[in-house]
Write a protein that binds this ligand. Structure first.
Ligand code: AMP
Length: 428
């Protein structure tokens, strides 16, 4: 299957080529032709599946098919939960519209509205927005949605989690009745189904991965550890494994800060992103992480939503999320675009119930083990090279890629001794 056979026009094919994509991803294969036909879409897709191009490419083709009116009204509106995601979608829209006469911009809160208003004044065809700032600017009379032809709700489940349902409803009341609607969501709760039922018109269902399952290319590893030893473990993992790009999830903003401080004092470049950080700090942290100057990004679920870092090799759940769907979102950051990834979860005794919920959601038992010296109730060793008598033999982990050794992502030293460590992993 080629992008051309999906019915995309030459200027878009040229932009795709420039971007370096050769084959459409499954979601793109399914989504692009349906959107081009003008149909509503209800898509189950998480970040990492190529969903952004899945809706952006046909959207741009539809808009470019008609002569742009002199005074450009907003003809396509993309609503997203977070500023980071909004900025990334704009980046994609700009790249894909390189050879088209389409103007686009983004608006989100946390920054001054002046520059955003100025861009809007000059007229844009595509607006990407977070709900709060959008409604603000509508109230102030800077934005009209009366010419919107295509409405996209991206990461709709996240928007509901973040309490944007009322805002979404307000927006729905301001767009014309006759329009095309596209809704993307990683998970399908009752609330999402209700929302979708309320405004989608005979939608075509498009699924990238089966509902609530995790990407096959992700090697998931669970380690039962002592809560107080988690910081020491993760620092050691990163150092011994020589991991250069790790996304770590914590449950709280405070926890993210604390862990980040520990990393930095252990000599690992790290930054935290969460809701209490300014937009500037978040953008800087993300840019540093992408550029490789920051090795570890510690994030809360909300802050990490939709951030696009292709080919992320390691994701660590420092704490398990208490909402099982968030586990799916978190590990969706790794094993992307055809690359293998490792998702490690450090589970302390008080989190076992969360693990059970996750396994129930995934309908599978995750391979689990322990790290010698860091199990519940055992003191961590001072010297990782200090050999200790072993009273259990390493066994092969249940995960098929056999990568239970966290020391090296590429290593297949499954369950055995790490060259420079006395720790071993095994199945429980
Ligand atoms: P998304 O799910 O939209 O966040 O996209 C995830 C990543 O995959 C982004 O870095 C995209 O640039 C990349 N991507 C999207 N479509 C393709 C494709 N057809 N081939 C290769 N990479 C892609």
């Amino acid at each position: 299957m080629s992008f051309k056979s999906l019915g995309l026009s030459d200027p878009l094919l040229k932009a795709i080529e420039k971007k370096g994509y050769t084959t459409p991803s499954p979601i793109q294969e399914k989504c692009i032709p349906v959107v081009l036909q003008g149909k509503d879409v209800l898509a189950s897709a998480q970040t990492g599946t190529g969903k952004t191009a899945g809706f952006t490419l046909p959207l741009l083709q539809i808009l470019s098919g008609v002569q742009t009116p002199q005074k450009r009204p907003i003809r396509a509106l993309v609503l997203t939960p977070t500023r980071e995601l909004a900025a990334q979608i704009l980046e994609n829209v700009k790249e894909y519209s390189t050879f088209l006469k389409i103007k686009s911009t983004v608006i989100f809160g946390g920054v001054k509205q002046g520059p955003q208003v100025n861009t809007l004044r000059s007229g844009v065809d595509v607006l990407i927005a977070t709900p709060g700032r959008l409604l603000d600017l509508i109230d102030q009379g800077y934005i009209s949605l009366k010419d919107v032809e295509i409405l996209v709700l991206d990461e709709a489940d996240r928007m509901l989690d973040m309490g944007f349902l009322r805002d979404i409803k307000k927006v729905l009341a301001l767009v014309p009745d006759k329009r095309q609607n596209l809704l993307f969501s990683a998970t399908f709760s009752k609330d999402i189904k209700k929302l979708a039922g309320g405004f989608l018109n005979n939608p075509v269902l498009v699924e990238a991965t089966p509902e609530n399952t995790t990407a096959e290319k992700v090697n998931q590893q669970i380690y039962h550890v002592d809560k107080v030893k988690k910081r020491a473990i993760i620092i050691q993992m990163i150092k011994e494994g020589d991991w250069q790009q790790v996304l770590v999830f914590t449950r709280t903003k405070h926890g993210a800060n604390k862990l980040c401080e520990k990393m930095v004092s252990a000599g690992i470049t790290a930054a935290a992103i969460h809701g209490n950080k300014t937009q500037g700090a978040r953008t800087k942290a993300l840019a540093g992480f992408k550029a490789g100057t920051i090795r570890v990004l510690v994030a809360t679920d909300i802050a990490a939503r939709g951030i696009d870092i292709p080919l992320l090799p390691h994701v660590v759940n420092f704490e398990l999320p208490n909402v099982p769907e968030d586990y799916v979102h978190r590990i969706g950051r790794t094993g992307r675009a055809g690359a293998n990834g490792i998702a490690i979860s450090l589970v302390s005794h008080d989190e076992v119930a969360y693990l059970k919920d996750i396994e129930k959601l995934l309908k599978q038992k995750l391979p689990s083990g322990y790290i010698e010296g860091f199990e519940q109730g055992e003191a961590p060793k001072e010297d990782p090279n200090d050999k200790k008598p072993q009273n259990h033999s390493p066994r092969k982990p249940r995960n098929k890629s056999g990568g239970s050794n966290w020391g090296k992502a590429k290593s297949n030293n499954s369950g055995g001794r790490n060259n420079n460590s006395n720790r071993r992993t095994t199945n429980k």
